[in-house]
Ligand binder design. Structure first.
Ligand code: DC
Length: 206
């Protein structure tokens, strides 16, 4: 049975960084599912048709990381036909041996409801905006506004809205360094792969 890790959360929460690191450490494949929606949004034309005909070249575009591409992705992601066109590819990716890490918004709730581990990554709005602005060289205030608008749309839509699965474990990266966030997630994987190795950290008091 492949080991599937579902990582969801709002924009720039750190889920992509954690997903990449887990995949490298455990030898799993990684899929950034946000890239699929960004490519659909950037392709233009009819979004459902764009999703049905998505190619490797569409995913290799170099203009997919901008705030504008994120907004376009969030808009097309609310269209049920777009989401439906991308389900089979994501599930096939998740089914590969020895395992796969998928990050997005609906991985634990819709794409891989039986994932071996579900993590939901959060961070304060301000922290997320500063990180994303530094990453793409954009203005922090404009990035904060763009993230909030996107999160509201992603969480408010009817089709596979952004929300933690009931059995997801929350990691708040606001006050964590990147290595700390990765170690916390890796400990959860270890505990699921080898149930005798309990996580090496204790949760902070509520
Ligand atoms: O993860 P990201 O910021 O690259 O995602 C861009 C947009 O794509 C996001 O605002 C909503 C949409 N998305 C989605 O609806 N479902 C996913 N699994 C991944 C992304």
């Amino acid at each position: 049975m492949p080991f599937t890790i579902a990582i969801d959360g709002p924009a720039a929460s750190g889920k992509g960084t954690i997903a990449r690191a887990l995949a490298a450490r455990f030898g799993f494949a990684h899929l950034d599912t946000g890239l699929l929606y960004r490519a659909v949004g950037a392709k233009g034309g009819d979004p459902a048709q764009a999703a049905q005909t998505l190619s490797g070249a569409d995913l290799a575009r170099t203009d997919l990381r901008s705030n504008e591409a994120g907004q376009a992705a969030s808009r097309v992601a609310a269209i049920p036909e777009v989401r439906a066109a991308l389900v089979a590819f994501q599930r096939a990716f998740a089914a590969q041996e020895p395992g796969a890490v998928l990050d997005g918004r609906d991985i634990g709730t819709v794409i891989c409801p039986d994932a071996a581990l579900k993590i939901y990554v959060i961070a304060s709005d301000e922290t997320r905006a500063l990180r994303r602005a530094a990453e793409i060289g954009a203005d922090p205030a404009a990035t904060l506004a763009a993230l909030r608008e996107r999160d509201a749309r992603d969480a408010g839509r009817d089709a596979a809205p952004l929300r933690p699965a009931d059995d997801a474990i929350i990691i708040d990266t606001t006050d964590l360094s990147i290595p700390e966030a990765i170690e916390r997630a890796a400990a959860l994987v270890e505990a699921r792969i080898r149930p005798s190795s309990a996580p090496k950290y204790s949760a902070p008091p509520a």
